[in-house]
Write a protein that binds this ligand. Structure first.
Ligand code: ARG
Length: 597
């Protein structure tokens, strides 16, 4: 259950903390921590907050908890700030203290938000550098649905952090380095040399096929393997021809990735694995100097504390292969060191967030531990892996096309847009509406992309997520179309003559549906703070969905345009703040809204 407005809660907490010690002086003398245990009311009929702190004092004070609660309430009566904020506290059950915020205070808070372009969400006082490492596909491989999840979730988190005022660096840690290029270049030299000399000679689809063939040859063909190894050495040694071929391959992939980012309106800066190449040897040397490196069967390892394998032996993080080459972990160690190092030698980040599938959890746990033991993570900095589950088809199995191939992202987005367009055309016929082609195309694109993003963001990212076009495009339920439709509905009020921009001298509410909407609107700041902390976008989705439901109940049951004159302005103000909240919230999820659909 969400709490109400942080500002109100802070005032309430302060008053409670003053009243508490006096009522429970004996317990305090006995050295007990006094916590009012302020929580959101468990049911609307209990008010807005409840303080449960009387109960744990019963034992140390040897008194019935209701009696303690009564003493606290008596103290609270002497708190002028509290009396201004709340109606008289009510003792309930075994000794809960229920608190209801005064209606005029709720209305005043609502008025303040109406006047605030940030809708009551404060900016952080001390903005820090935050890195969000997301999307991060691999060159010469297709960007797959896992990368799509990372892209959508990472973008939403970056937007929330940016809105809170942090200095966010969005990084695309693309896989653009390593042995795969040795095999790919060797293979292409033989079968498609033009791809290594001219841009655009092959498209990414071909490149992916070539990559598959190369991998197969590498696994079965000794001389090919040897040639590939030599090619990697040439590339890493900076041979100009190898570098040129590598650059062309990267460009080709980059263009394909960019097409997806453009469709999804994603801003991201590429800083691939190759960026850290010059640092890799130094990283291993530093680990060695710190006494962390152990050479085991020829490979450079750091043995992890508290992590053991099936046989009970400690597990190593391998940082240098027995052939001297470096790997994914070495690169991530170089990256973490660089990102946390103070500027100008590094990024000077205070928080680094990695958005990848849950399968990489142990990789990051290992990297974080080694970086910490090497002293690369300053005390006030944090590094966080933000894991997510698999994308599954309707059948609960790995998402595949009908013919059993992996789904291409371009096709997936195309289908979402196409289906959104078909839904729209059906609706237009039913409603006997005539619209221009350009309007229909615009709505289909916005709704289709929104549906894909929202479906992903609205489930708890840690669980696997079932991809279903039908579900994500439904006009009811916790879906993008449902939320977008609420914004359209409010825009319709303005079209029907409701002045949504008008100034309201004093807000007055009477109906329970109005109060429910007021209270819901006042939770925005709390939910944003939560997402910033816990990095769970589904919390924001859940809030926006709840807001729409409360709004729709209000709008269906309480007249707005036909309201009596003394109530009309206040109700229109509720509509306006609801639309603004939905636009802001959806915007933070990377979803633009529509005026009509
Ligand atoms: N390229 C990796 C993959 O496709 C994801 C990279 C994530 N970021 C990182 N710093 N390791 O799985």
């Amino acid at each position: 259950m969400l709490r109400l407005a942080q500002t109100l809660e802070a005032q309430l907490r302060a008053a409670m903390e003053r009243a508490f010690p006096a009522a429970a002086a004996e317990a305090q003398a006995a050295g007990r921590a006094l916590d009012p245990q302020l929580a959101p009311a468990s049911k609307p009929e209990f008010g807005d907050f409840q303080a449960n702190g009387a109960l744990p004092l019963a034992k140390p004070l040897g008194l019935p908890p209701r009696q303690i609660a009564a003493a606290i309430v008596a103290e609270l009566a002497a708190e002028p700030a509290l009396a201004e904020l709340c109606l008289e506290p009510v003792i309930a059950g075994p000794g809960f203290i229920n608190l209801t915020v005064r209606p005029e205070r709720l209305a005043a808070e609502l008025a303040a938000r109406l006047a605030d372009p940030r809708l009551g969400v404060p900016s952080v006082a001390d903005p820090g550098r935050v890195i969000v490492d997301f999307s991060s596909p691999n060159i010469a491989k297709e960007m797959h649905v896992g990368h799509l999840r990372s892209t959508i979730i990472g973008d939403a988190l970056a937007r929330v952090l940016e809105f809170r005022g942090h200095r966010v660096l969005r990084l695309n840690h693309v896989g653009d380095w390593g042995t795969q290029f040795g095999m790919l270049i060797t293979h292409l030299k033989q079968v498609a040399p033009e791809a290594l000399e001219t841009a655009d000679a092959v498209d990414l689809g071909d490149l992916v096929a070539f990559y598959r063939q190369a991998k197969q040859r590498f696994d079965t063909d000794e001389p090919f393997q040897a040639a590939s190894r030599e090619e990697v050495v040439r590339l890493q040694g900076g041979n100009p021809l190898s570098l040129k071929a590598w650059g062309l391959l990267c460009d080709q992939s980059r263009r394909e990735f960019q097409a997806i980012y453009d469709r999804l309106a994603i801003q991201i800066n590429e800083r691939g694995e190759s960026f850290y190449n010059p640092e890799l040897q130094a990283v291993v040397d530093d680990l060695s100097a710190a006494g962390l490196l152990v050479v085991d069967a020829g490979a450079g390892c750091v043995f992890l504390e508290g992590v053991s394998g099936k046989d009970g032996q400690p597990l190593p993080l391998i940082v240098q292969k027995s052939d001297g080459g470096f790997n994914y972990a070495t690169t991530d160690l170089a990256a973490i060191r660089y990102r946390l190092a103070p500027q100008p030698a590094g990024d000077g980040a205070q928080r680094v967030i990695y958005v990848t599938d849950a399968g990489q959890a142990s990789h990051f746990a290992g990297v974080f531990q080694v970086a910490r033991r090497a002293g690369w993570i300053p005390a006030q900095a944090s590094v966080e892996h933000v894991p997510f589950g698999l994308v599954q088809g309707d059948d609960g199995k790995k998402l595949k096309t009908r013919s059993g191939d992996t789904v291409r992202l371009k096709d997936l987005l195309d289908e979402a847009v196409e289906r959104a367009g078909a839904d729209l055309r059906r609706r237009l016929v039913e409603e006997d509406r005539l619209e221009a082609e350009s309007f229909m195309a615009q709505v289909a694109t916005t709704v289709g992309i929104a549906a894909v993003k929202y479906a992903d963001l609205s489930t708890n990212r840690i669980t696997n997520y079932q991809f279903s076009f039908d579900r994500m495009l439904a006009l009811s339920g916790n879906t993008a179309p449902y939320l977008l439709y609420a914004v359209v509905r409010i825009a319709g009020i303005a079209r029907k003559g409701g002045d949504l921009e008008g100034d309201v001298a004093s807000l007055r509410f009477g109906e329970p549906q109005e109060w429910a909407l007021v209270r819901e609107l006042l939770k925005l700041d709390v939910v944003i703070a939560e997402v910033e902390q816990e990095l769970l976008p589904n919390r924001l989705c859940g809030y926006l969905f709840e807001l729409c439901q409360v709004f729709n109940r209000f709008y269906d049951q309480v007249p707005v345009l036909k309201a009596p004159p003394e109530a009309r302005g206040s109700r229109l103000a509720l509509c306006r703040l609801t639309a603004a909240t939905l636009k802001l919230g959806l915007g933070l999820l990377g979803i633009p809204t529509l005026e009509r659909m």
